[in-house]
Design a protein around this ligand. Structure first.
Ligand code: UT7
Length: 328
């Protein structure tokens, strides 16, 4: 069977209008703009309108991705939505999106790998195409993290925002596209970053709401250490699998969690700051949406040229991680 080269045919992004600044947060919890900027690099985040849910953000980003690929919704064979903030338990956000887009031919499912979800989604899409089962897959990372954030907890509320990014994955010319994927998981670290309420272990009750079990909880320090370790190692592994060296990287597109984590990855890879796409100052951490948002913005800003070698790398709850080498 021919090895089909698979890559990205189009990108799109959407962020809600409303901004939550560090100054706003200073009025909500015991924190300061100075602390947030020096510890995280974040200055503001976008917050969805009360009427907007995750599928609404996903829809806007998907329309733009399809337009940039020059395709219509009916050209899509499969929709994968990576999210930890689905509109509801089921139907999946991917099915809601399929209906809204009118992607009548498409199969659809959600993928749960937290902030690594978009990379997991790209790997899944690529393999469906390489086997010949599907030709075009819409991969979306979309989140309304403001709905699961406890705005009285200064350890977490300064970090998260809402937004969506989408790509259309399909066949590309020989020599282009995804050169490698690395996916990983370590479930023993699951307690470091999670929402434990609302599922079958801790169903929703008045007590679970009073105990704040439906909000995201995190051990920031341990997640930080894990992130620094895994960002460098999984990027190196993806480069080795692709037969490339660190010095071959034209642009690093990392998960946008904390500027210090990005800087540590750059240092390990021996890259200068201008080699990383960073937009966390404006959007904060948007979990599964963060890498596609950064990728779409890099493409819009003309930071990626044909033939450029990109490394996408993410980490998140699960614990999970993922990276990919991509020739644009
Ligand atoms: O997508 C994955 C999601 N999660 C992450 O990526 C999180 C990774 N972790 C981080 O980014 C960092 O650990 C944080 C930004 C969450 C925290 O930064 P840190 O440098 O690890 O701070 P820390 O937790 O070690 O806290 C240092 C101090 C503490 O005070 P004491 O105990 O030293 O007196 C905190 O109570 O800073 C305090 N602190 C704050 N102060 C002002 C914690 N949050 C805040 C705050 N404003 N918002």
């Amino acid at each position: 069977m021919r090895d089909i080269p698979v890559g990205i045919l189009g990108t799109g992004k959407y962020v809600p209008e409303s901004r939550l600044t560090n100054q706003d947060l200073e009025r909500m919890v015991e924190t300061s703009d100075e602390w947030i900027v020096t510890r995280t690099g974040i200055r503001e985040r976008r917050i969805a309108d009360p009427a907007q849910a995750t599928s609404d953000l996903a829809y806007e980003a998907s329309l733009r991705a399809l337009e940039s690929a020059g395709l219509s919704a009916e050209d899509v064979d499969l929709i994968i939505v990576a999210t930890i903030t689905p509109d509801m338990f089921f139907p999946s956000t991917a099915c809601l999106l399929q209906d809204r887009l009118g992607a009548k031919r498409a199969a659809a499912f959600d993928l749960s790998a937290a902030c690594s979800g978009f990379i997991y989604g790209l790997a899944t899409a690529t393999n469906f195409i390489k086997t010949g089962m599907y030709r075009r897959v819409l991969v979306v990372g979309a989140e309304t993290l403001s709905r699961i954030t406890d705005y009285t907890d200064r350890n977490t509320c300064i970090l998260f925002g809402d937004g969506a990014g989408a790509v259309v994955v399909g066949e590309v010319p020989e020599g282009r596209g995804f050169q490698s994927f690395v996916l990983g998981a370590d479930g023993s670290g699951g307690e470091l970053l999670r929402i434990c309420g609302g599922g079958s272990r801790v169903p929703a009750t008045e007590r679970s709401v009073a105990d704040k079990k439906h909000f995201l909880e995190m051990n920031g320090r341990d997640v930080f250490k894990f992130a620094v370790r895994v960002m460098g190692s999984s990027a190196e592994e993806a480069l080795a699998k692709a037969g490339l060296d660190k010095s071959d990287i034209d642009l690093l597109v990392p998960h946008q969690a904390n500027i210090r984590i990005v800087q540590a990855a750059l240092e390990r890879l021996g890259l200068s700051e201008d080699k990383a796409m960073v937009n966390l100052d404006r959007y904060g951490n948007v979990s599964a949406a963060s890498i596609p948002l950064a990728l779409a913005e890099a493409a819009e800003e003309g930071r990626i040229r044909e033939g450029d070698r990109l490394v996408l790398v993410g980490f998140g709850g699960g614990l999970t991680w993922g990276s990919s080498v991509l020739v644009w």
